[in-house]
Design a binder for this molecule. Structure first.
Ligand SMILES: Cc1ncc(COP(=O)(O)O)c(C=O)c1O
Length: 428
C-alpha cells in the first residue's frame, strides 16, 4: 500500500513541476499566495465546527471562532455588504445554499441558458433542478454576447419569477442590471447574481457593482479572479430578517455540515491580500485579457466581440470551428503546455458539450505570475502556432517552457518572493 501512496504523492509533484513550465489559461483557476497555501497545510484541517461562532456544536473552537469572525468581517468590508457567509466550500455549494434558502418546488426562477455561458448549477440538470425547479432562460444576443435587454424585461414581466438569477461562466460583459432595476422592483423578485468568475474584479471595483444595482444576494467561487483557496462565498443585503435567517440556515444544516476550516483561514488571507493588492491586480487582469484578444485577432483567430474590445473581464471566447473545433485544439495546446478548456458557443447545442466549437481563455493566472499586457503578444503567438499554423506542439512547448522561466513567482500578495509552483513538503 505504501507503493500506492508514493505513486499518488509523486503524481502530485509531477503536476506541480509541469505547471511551473506551462501557461495556465483556464478562466476558472488561479494560484494562491504562499501565506494562504501555508494555511492549507494547517492543523485546522483536522477540526469540525458546526453552528455559528460562539455557539458551536463541538468544543475546541476558540481560535476557529476568532478566525471565522475575522474572515466574515474582511468579506463584509471588501464587498460593502451587511451579511457575509464564508462557510461555502465551493461556488456550487454557495449556490445550493441560496437555492435551499430562496428556492423550492413551488418557486420559479429565471436564468441565463447554459449554452449562453451559464454554469451548470443554474440549470435543470444541476442544482436548480435538484431543488425541483426548471429555469426559464433569458433571450440572448449573440452579437453582444449578453442577455437581450428588451427580451429579458418581457420574460421577467411575463413569468414574475420568485428569483431572477444572473451570472455566467463565459462572462465577458456585465448584464444590464441598472436597466432592469425598475422591472425587478415591479416584479418584486429576489435578484441573485452568481459572481463566481468576476468576484475579484467586483471586489476591486473594476467590474459592475451588482449590490448597488438591485442585487440582494451574490454568490461566488473564491479561486478564480479572487485568487483564494477553492471555496465559495455568499454576500447579501437581505431584505429582512427572515431572508437573512433563511440564508444562514440554507448553508447549515442545508447543504454543508463542516465547512473545511483550513481553507476558510486561507480565504481570510486571500481577502486581506485582495484589499491591499486587488485594485492593481484586477486592472492588470483586464488589460491583459484585452491585449491578448487584440493580438489573437491580429493573427487571424476569431475572438468574439471585436467591436466591444473583446472583453471587460478576464475572459476571452474564441471560435475555432473552422480550425478543427475546441476539443481537438485544446488537446494540441495542452501538448504545448498551454492549458485551456474547450467551451460551448451560444450557437452550439448543449448536447455537443464534448465537441464544442469554442475555447475559453482567462488572463487571471498569467497576471498573477507577473505578466503584463506587453507579454500577451508572445502568448498569442504560441496559441496561433497551434491553432492556425498547426505546428508540432512539441516544438511550441520548448518555447513555452523557455518563456515561462521569467515568470516563476506569485505576485499581488504579502510574500511575493516565493515560487508560484513548488511542492512545499513537511516530509522532504
Ligand atoms: C458562474 C459559475 N457559478 C458557479 C460555479 C461553480 O463554482 P465551483 O467550481 O467553485 O463550485 C462556476 C464554476 O466555474 C461558475 O462559472
Amino acid at each position: 500500500m505504501k507503493e500506492a501512496a508514493d505513486y499518488i504523492y509523486d503524481q502530485a509533484k509531477k503536476h506541480t513541476e509541469w505547471f511551473s513550465e506551462s501557461l495556465p489559461m483556464i478562466a476558472s483557476e488561479n494560484i494562491i499566495s504562499p501565506m494562504a497555501r501555508d494555511l492549507m497545510l494547517s492543523e485546522l484541517q483536522d477540526k469540525y465546527a458546526e453552528g455559528p461562532p460562539g455557539d458551536r456544536y463541538y468544543e475546541g473552537n476558540i481560535y476557529v471562532d476568532n478566525i471565522e469572525l475575522k474572515v466574515q468581517e474582511l468579506a463584509k468590508e471588501l464587498f460593502g455588504v451587511d451579511y457575509a457567509d464564508v462557510r461555502p466550500i465551493s461556488g456550487t455549494n454557495a449556490n445550493q445554499a441560496v437555492l435551499m434558502a430562496l428556492g423550492g418546488p413551488d418557486k420559479s426562477i429565471t436564468s441565463v441558458d447554459v449554452s449562453d455561458g451559464a454554469h451548470i448549477s443554474s440549470a435543470k440538470f444541476g442544482s436548480v433542478g435538484l431543488r425541483g425547479m426548471e429555469p426559464k432562460t433569458y433571450p440572448f444576443d449573440v452579437e453582444e454576447m449578453n442577455i437581450d435587454l428588451e427580451g429579458t424585461k418581457e420574460l421577467l414581466r411575463e413569468e414574475e419569477p420568485d428569483i431572477a438569477l444572473f451570472g455566467r461562466s463565459v462572462f465577458m460583459f456585465p448584464p444590464p442590471l441598472e436597466e432592469l432595476r425598475d422591472v425587478f422592483e415591479e416584479v418584486g423578485c429576489h435578484v441573485w447574481y452568481d459572481a463566481a468568475h468576476v468576484l475579484g474584479l467586483i471586489a476591486a471595483g473594476k467590474f459592475q457593482q451588482p449590490m448597488e444595482n438591485g442585487v440582494e444576494v451574490m454568490t461566488g467561487s473564491t479561486h478564480k479572479t479572487l485568487p483564494g483557496p477553492q471555496r465559495g462565498i455568499i454576500l447579501s443585503n437581505p431584505r429582512d430578517e427572515q431572508m437573512e435567517e433563511s440564508l444562514f440556515f440554507g448553508m447549515f444544516p442545508g447543504v454543508v455540515s463542516n465547512h473545511h476550516l483550513h481553507s476558510m483561514a486561507a480565504l481570510g488571507v486571500a481577502l486581506a491580500e485582495h484589499q491591499k493588492f486587488g485594485e492593481e491586480y484586477a486592472d492588470q487582469i483586464i488589460k491583459n485579457a484585452q491585449a491578448l484578444g487584440q493580438s489573437l485577432h491580429e493573427r487571424g483567430i476569431n475572438v468574439l466581440c471585436e467591436h466591444k474590445g473583446f472583453t471587460r473581464s478576464h475572459t476571452l471566447a474564441i471560435d475555432v470551428q473552422d480550425q478543427g473545433g475546441g476539443e481537438t485544439l485544446v488537446e494540441a495546446m495542452e501538448d504545448a503546455n498551454i492549458i485551456a478548456n474547450k467551451n460551448l458557443m451560444p450557437w452550439d447545442n448543449v448536447d455537443s458539450a464534448n465537441e464544442p466549437s469554442g475555447i475559453r481563455l482567462g488572463s487571471q493566472a498569467l497576471t498573477r505570475l507577473g505578466m503584463k499586457d506587453r507579454h500577451m503578444d508572445e502568448v498569442a503567438e504560441f496559441i496561433k502556432r497551434i491553432i492556425i499554423d498547426d505546428e508540432n506542439p512539441e516544438k511550441v512547448k520548448q518555447d513555452v517552457i523557455e518563456f515561462r522561466k521569467d515568470f516563476q513567482k506569485v505576485k499581488f500578495c504579502f510574500h511575493d518572493d516565493f515560487k508560484a509552483h513548488q511542492h512545499y513538503s513537511i516530509l522532504d
